[in-house]
Design a protein around this ligand. Structure first.
Ligand SMILES: Nc1ncnc2c1ncn2[C@@H]1O[C@H](COP(=O)(O)OP(=O)(O)O)[C@@H](O)[C@H]1O
Ligand SMILES: [Mg+2]
Length: 294
C-alpha cells in the first residue's frame, strides 16, 4: 500500500470531510535565484494579509537559509521535525512572531516524509490537518533554484508567487523555473509574478512584460502579474533591526507596495474560491503521491 493510499484510508477511517466550508489556501513563494527578496516578501505579505483581517501561518521550508525568524527577531524552539520524530503537537511548534504572526520552522527535507513509518505519518498528518481550519492562508517560503522537489511543491500548492528582480540574471532564472514546471505538467499551475526591487514603475512593467512575453511565446503560458515592490532603503534597515518593514516603516515605499499587492490579491479570492482550494491537507497528500511516483 503506498502512502498516498494509506492517507486516503486514514481520512476515511476518521471521517475527514472532503468538502470543508473553510480550508486554508496554500501559497508557495519561490524564485529562480536567491537573494531576490523572497523571504522579506513572504513575511511582509503575511503581515499585510493579517492587517486585512486574514489569519496567516508562515511555514519556513527553506532549509539552507532559515531566515524568516531572523527577520522578525525570534528563535523558534521547535520545528516540524519535532512533530515528525518527537511527538510534538502542531500547536507546540507554532511560534508567535511580531504582531502575533504565526510561524513554523520546517527543518526537514521534503524527501524525508517519504521515509516515515505508518504511525509517524498518521500522527504528522493529524497535526497538519489542524491547520486546515485554523488559517486562511499558509505561506510557504521555499529555497531558491529549481529542483524536482520545488516543482512538486508548486504543483501541490493552490497558488505560486514567483519573485523576480529586474536584473537580467533574475529574469532568466525565473523563466527557467517556468520552463521546468512546464516540462512536468500539462495543466499549468496558478503562477503570480511579483517584481521586487524595481527602481521605477516603468522598470517594473518592463520586467514583467519581458517575462510574460517569453512565457507566452516559448511556453504558451499566460503569466499573471500580482504586483511590484519598489527598491527601498527601509527594507535593509528593517532587516538590520530585525523588525519587518511593514511594521517599522508602515508608510515607506515598500510597505505601500505590499498594501497594493494585498489589495490586488484579496478581492479575487472570495469564500467560494477558498472552498475549492486543495488546502494544506491536499498539499501534503499531493506531495506524498509525487514522492511515490518519482
Ligand atoms: N524592495 C527591496 N528594496 C531594497 N532592498 C531589498 C528589497 N527586497 C530585498 N532587499 C534586500 O535583499 C536582501 C535579501 O532578501 P531576502 O528576502 O533574504 O531574499 P531571498 O529570501 O530571496 O534570498 C535583504 O536583506 C534586503 O537587504
Ligand atoms: Mg530566503
Amino acid at each position: 500500500m503506498d502512502q498516498a493510499q494509506s492517507l486516503r484510508e486514514y481520512m476515511q477511517r476518521f471521517n475527514v470531510q472532503e468538502e470543508k466550508t473553510h480550508a486554508s489556501r496554500v501559497i508557495t513563494i519561490t524564485s529562480g535565484k536567491g537573494g531576490v527578496g523572497k523571504s522579506n516578501f513572504t513575511l511582509n505579505f503575511a503581515l499585510g494579509l493579517q492587517a486585512a483581517g486574514k489569519k496567516v501561518v508562515i511555514l519556513d521550508l527553506d532549509l539552507s537559509t532559515a531566515n524568516i525568524n531572523i527577520l522578525m527577531g525570534i528563535t523558534p524552539r521547535y520545528s516540524l521535525v519535532d512533530v515528525l520524530y518527537h511527538k510534538k503537537y502542531i500547536w507546540d511548534v507554532l511560534e508567535k512572531g511580531i504582531k502575533g504572526i504565526e510561524y513554523i520552522a520546517g527543518g526537514f527535507e521534503i524527501q524525508d516524509l517519504m521515509k516515515l513509518d505508518q504511525q509517524t505519518l498518521t500522527f504528522f498528518w493529524s497535526q497538519i490537518q489542524e491547520l486546515q481550519t485554523y488559517a486562511d492562508y499558509i505561506l510557504l517560503d521555499t529555497g531558491a533554484g529549481i529542483s524536482r522537489e520545488l516543482v512538486d511543491f508548486i504543483l501541490a500548492s493552490d497558488e505560486t508567487i514567483l519573485v523576480t528582480t529586474p536584473e537580467p540574471t533574475s529574469i532568466a532564472d525565473s523563466y527557467a523555473v517556468m520552463k521546468t514546471v512546464h516540462q512536468f505538467t500539462k495543466e499549468f499551475p496558478n503562477f503570480l509574478l511579483v517584481v521586487n526591487r524595481a527602481h521605477s514603475y516603468r522598470e517594473a512593467v518592463e520586467t514583467s512584460r519581458a517575462l510574460k512575453n517569453a512565457c507566452s511565446s516559448f511556453l504558451k503560458i499566460k503569466l499573471k502579474t500580482l504586483g511590484f515592490l519598489m527598491e527601498d532603503t527601509h527594507v535593509g534597515k528593517a532587516v538590520r533591526s530585525q523588525t519587518p518593514f511593514f511594521i517599522s516603516f508602515p508608510n515607506c515605499e515598500a510597505s505601500r507596495s505590499i498594501k497594493q499587492i494585498v489589495y490586488a490579491y484579496l478581492p479575487n479570492r472570495d469564500e467560494n474560491t477558498i472552498v475549492k482550494t486543495k488546502g494544506i491537507r491536499g498539499f501534503f497528500e499531493k506531495m506524498l503521491s509525487f514522492g511515490k511516483s518519482s
